[in-house]
Ligand binder design. Structure first.
Ligand code: HEC
Length: 201
């Protein structure tokens, strides 16, 4: 019984000692000032950024080995984007929206909001190809997206491989508006706002 009491005392006393010695160190003056800094709990890590109802990922998950080598040869192919436009309208826009920002008619009813496809990390040909192809093929039916309650369907059964690249060519040309690196160079050399508006259908 005596032992138990001492242990109990130690447990309650130790954290207090730690706080005291820490604050003494921090203030430098040797005085025991207690300042309880308020933690900001409002800044949730997985915050939903509302750009037209869409959801932006800050990083890309690594695709599994089976997809790692997937590459598109048709990123800038106008015909592919044209075929992809139709595929997008029937298969994707209900969630991702006609403008790709993630605010399609179905979006509001989903637990995990559809991704904003205008936000991207596609730096150069080959970088990000595998990720995008994996996502369209397996959707949210695989980890880590499954645990996030992603409703994104898998398209590997309903769209052929070339159709999946076509729809991605459309996403690339119309929502990404090219590769990030190329865009940066372009923006450095001249203002391309003008021709962005010229591409209206
Ligand atoms: C039923 C709704 C729904 C449909 C239909 C849908 N998606 Fe998605 N999609 C989502 C959701 C929700 C997410 C975000 C969660 C996730 O990453 O799985 C997402 C994520 C993505 C991502 C990942 C983006 C990123 O930033 O990581 C891509 C790419 C994508 N979708 C493309 C498509 C394409 C292309 C189609 C059509 C062939 C399509 N989606 C159809 C709901 C949908």
């Amino acid at each position: 019984m005596k032992n138990l009491l001492t242990t109990h005392k130690l447990i309650t006393v130790t954290p207090l000692l730690l706080i005291l010695s820490f604050s003494a160190q921090a203030s430098g003056s040797g005085e025991h000032e207690h300042e309880h800094k308020k933690m900001d709990h409002s800044k949730m890590e997985h915050s939903k950024m509302n750009h037209g109802g869409g959801h932006r990922h800050s990083s890309w998950a690594t695709p599994p080995a089976a997809y790692a080598k997937m590459k598109s040869q048709i990123w800038n192919d106008a015909g592919a984007a044209k075929r992809g436009e139709k595929l997008y309208a029937t298969n994707c826009s209900s969630c991702h929206g006609a403008q790709g920002t993630g605010n399609g008619p179905v979006a509001k009813s989903l637990q995990h909001p559809p991704a904003d496809l205008t936000n991207h990390f596609h730096k150069a040909p080959g970088e990000g190809d595998a990720y995008l192809f994996w996502r369209v093929s397996e959707g949210g039916q695989v980890e880590p997206f499954k645990s996030m309650n992603s409703a994104m369907p898998s398209f590997k059964a309903s769209l052929s491989e070339s159709q999946r690249w076509d729809v991605l060519a459309y996403v690339h040309q119309h929502f990404h508006k090219g590769f990030l690196n190329a865009k940066k160079q372009k923006m450095d050399s001249h203002d391309d706002k003008g021709d962005e508006h010229a591409h209206h259908h």
